[in-house]
Design a protein around this ligand. Structure first.
Ligand code: NAD
Length: 515
């Protein structure tokens, strides 16, 4: 990475950020005790300046026990509440989110460092999923199946599952909770949420809005509980046998620990883990469109989306042009304060993220890669602003197989579409993928059974920025879970197969005779 010195970027000071956070919380109706940064408690910090803004009350494992207990008790009544009535709670939550979109988005910017438009977009995603879930509350359909026996009806019914534990990552501090909570609640489950320890204020805001929605529609506040803290609390949820479904979003490392632990107690888990997403650009691509999509997918959110574009697999005939155009676009991307209206790339979340970016680029260079960009910008406080980097690689070396959660885009060239698809599928993760082509045959080949092996495969659109209407998730080390739209709701319910005999005979299935 270049060590060339650059002008110090202008950032707001911590007291301005504190005032903004306090005002946003107050607008939402949240009144947490916000302790002094030097006081004990969970730090509420900001990547914008790298400083601790407040301390908030940290939960203990016994708080997790109490939260699960309350949610388990609430479940016994909530599961009997008709689904459309449950939908009214989620509908009201969606209204409150609409009313407070700006305030919640401001908190997302403060805690996760997202630029204003992306922070608002994240809250919009919550509103969208609430609307989806309200519709879903009248569509929890089961099938009726033709019975082989006369006078019998065979059918499937879907029932609430129980307490849903939700563990979320820092980079979508509010939307991932909403994907889970909105759907779980209409399905008749209750929810205990452990957000990332890096984003407690946004979580407090969401919990406040859920409790206000519950009060407004006369639902019990206990249907949604919140605990604040780190991994130890997550582990308490993972091991609690009263948690019927554990939905965990985060790194592959976390999923590797969580999945087997939940399985050991025969609980259900829904894992949404890391990605290593690629875009294939063929000679038939509309390059102008491809470059725009690639720059947003690779550099947007400073490369800190699970669906961020990390690998560009470009046909040898277009790779030079693409690299030149992306590098030029990167040079003009404004990096800095995410509250500034022109900024397109905000900060990395913390020093560890920056160190992993530096390490990845050093390894890429040692592997024969040509690194372009990736400069750190000088800042008045210890925070981490970087220009996005390209690393043109001779091959997909080991480092390219890792997810580096920062704006690093590896570029490899290919000769045949077969080879491009092999490269796309050669990594251990399987979240998102894209092909840029105007050739129908290439596009359909990529989407087909021997094409991309990812949970998301797109044509002429980047790897990030999914709509909530589809099922979201990925294969292989991404964990196999599906959340949000389509029929993802089935993961939050239990299925019963019912046979009703309305005849006066007792025929046995398969023609079995018994006395
Ligand atoms: P992380 O794995 O460090 O933490 C995620 C959450 O898991 C946090 O709440 C953390 O406290 C908790 N946790 C960590 N170890 C745990 C354990 N052993 N038991 C229980 N809980 C534990 O991830 P992060 O740095 O917050 O987020 C970035 C990662 O999340 C990236 O890998 C990214 O791809 C992934 N992510 C995936 C999706 C998706 O939908 N697939 C969405 C967002 C982020």
């Amino acid at each position: 990475m270049s060590t060339m010195s650059s002008p110090v970027i202008a950032l707001p000071d911590a007291s301005w950020l504190r005032d903004r956070a306090r005002a946003a919380l107050a607008t939402l109706g949240a009144e947490p005790a916000l302790g002094d940064p030097a006081a004990p408690g969970l730090p509420a910090s900001t990547p914008i300046t790298g400083e601790v803004l407040f301390r908030v009350a940290e939960s203990t494992p016994s708080d997790v026990d109490a939260a699960v207990d309350r949610a388990a008790r609430a479940f016994t009544a909530w599961r009997r509440t008709p689904a459309p009535v449950r939908g009214a709670l989620v509908g009201r939550l969606g209204e409150l989110l609409t009313e407070h979109q700006d305030a919640l988005a401001r908190l997302v910017t403060i805690e996760a460092g997202k630029i204003g438009s992306e922070a608002r977009g994240e809250v919009q995603e919550m509103i969208d999923v609430c609307q989806f879930a309200v519709g879903l509350s009248r569509q929890l359909y089961g099938r009726t199946i033709a019975s082989e026996r006369p006078g019998h009806r065979l059918m499937e019914t879907w029932h609430p599952l129980g307490v849903t534990g939700v563990i979320t990552a820092f980079n979508f501090p509010v939307a991932v909770w909403a994907w889970n909570a909105a759907v779980a609640l209409v399905c008749g489950n209750t929810v205990v949420w452990k957000p990332s320890e890096l984003t407690p204020l946004t979580a407090i805001a969401c919990q406040t809005l859920l409790e206000r929605a519950a009060a407004d529609v006369g639902a019990p506040a206990e249907v949604g509980r919140l605990v604040l803290g780190g991994r130890e609390l997550g582990e308490a949820l993972v091991d609690d046998p009263r948690v019927a479904l554990l939905s965990a979003t985060g790194s592959v490392r976390m999923g590797r620990e969580v999945g087997p632990r939940v399985a050991r107690r025969f609980g259900r888990s829904l894992l949404e883990l890391g990605g290593n997403n690629a875009a294939v650009v063929t000679p038939a691509a509309d390059l102008e469109l491809a470059v725009r999509a690639i720059v947003f997918a690779a550099a947007g959110t400073a490369g800190q989306r699970c669906t961020s574009l990390r690998r560009l697999i470009a046909h040898r005939s277009v790779v030079d042009t693409l690299v030149d155009r992306i590098a030029a676009a990167y040079r003009s991307l404004p990096v800095g304060d995410p509250f500034a209206p022109d900024t397109l790339v905000g900060p990395l979340i913390h020093e560890t993220a920056y160190r992993s970016m530096v390490g990845a680029l050093e390894t890429a260079a040692a592997d024969g890669g040509e690194v372009i960009g990736g400069r750190r910008h000088d800042s008045p406080t210890e925070c981490f602003y970087v220009s996005p980097a390209l690393a043109r690689m001779p091959a997909q070396t080991t480092i390219v197989h890792d997810e580096t959660f920062a704006p690093v885009l590896y570029v490899v060239a290919y000769d045949t579409l077969e080879e491009a698809i092999e490269l796309n599928n050669a990594v251990p993760q399987g979240l998102s993928s894209a092909i840029f082509t105007t050739d129908l045959r290439e596009a359909e080949r990529f989407l087909g059974p021997d094409g991309s092996d990812c949970g998301i495969a797109n044509v002429n659109i980047g790897t990030s920025g999914a709509e909530i209407g589809g099922a979201f998730g990925g294969e292989k080390q991404t964990g196999g879970g599906r959340e949000s739209g389509s029929d993802s709701w089935k993961a939050y319910m239990r299925r019963a197969t019912n046979t009703v005999n309305y005849s006066s005979e007792l025929p046995l299935a398969q023609g079995v005779q018994f006395g």
